[in-house]
Design a protein around this ligand. Sequence first.
Ligand SMILES: C[S@@+](CC[C@H](N)C(=O)[O-])C[C@H]1O[C@@H](n2cnc3c(N)ncnc32)[C@H](O)[C@@H]1O
Length: 222
Amino acid sequence: MIEKSEENTNKSNTTFSKEVIDLWNPSDLEVAKFERILTPKWKNKWAESKIIHGKKILDEIPFQSRWKVLEIGCGIGRLVSEFSKTFDFVEGVDFSESMIAFTNEYLKDYENCKVHLNNGIDLSNLHSNKYDFVYSMITFQHIDSKQVIESYIGEIHRVLKKSGYIKLQFMTPSLNSMKDWGTRRGYDFRSNEELLELFSDFNVELEIDPTQEKWIWVRGQV
Ligand SMILES: C[S@@+](CC[C@H](N)C(=O)[O-])C[C@H]1O[C@@H](n2cnc3c(N)ncnc32)[C@H](O)[C@@H]1O
């Protein structure tokens, strides 16, 4: 079990502030769902959100049902549960003990899903060359350290199989849309080029979402 703050470190000595740890460890499931993961406007639309966001993630990905899939920052397993219908095996990581506890309850009847508590920095508890597809949504926008984002991208490369796919959501660079987000604020990339530089080991392109211009997706392959 990872202790909060002091032990929540890795080789890079990155630590998370108490405010960040507290933010992502809500004790109430409704707060987790509609204040941390989605916004209150999604109340009564949880099931719909899974379908809409699930489709967006798989858009332009030539997926196959036999794939092993991994989510970075899985929250309470909203998308893991959605993709359990599509894929043979779906896993998730999250650095929040509360979210992982909620997920284990939420996914208790799903046999093809598994979630892992990680250190918030890397995927050192996961095997190399295991996954066909790694995705992430509404997570990198909350990570305020470029070093941590870079660490995750290197780790995603490690855990993917040869020719494995990625679909990762970020905030569109240079819009400065996170300026009032306080503790939730992630690292603000200055340009698309600065973001793409992190993917030099991948073959990727950027995808703009016309329905949500604040978001940009990195889609591609190892
Ligand atoms: C807004 S929620 C999104 C959850 C899920 N992706 C979804 O769309 O339903 C963001 C999640 O990212 C997790 N998270 C934030 N920073 C993280 C980090 N450095 N490493 C792993 N998980 C992180 C939080 O604990 C939270 O569960």
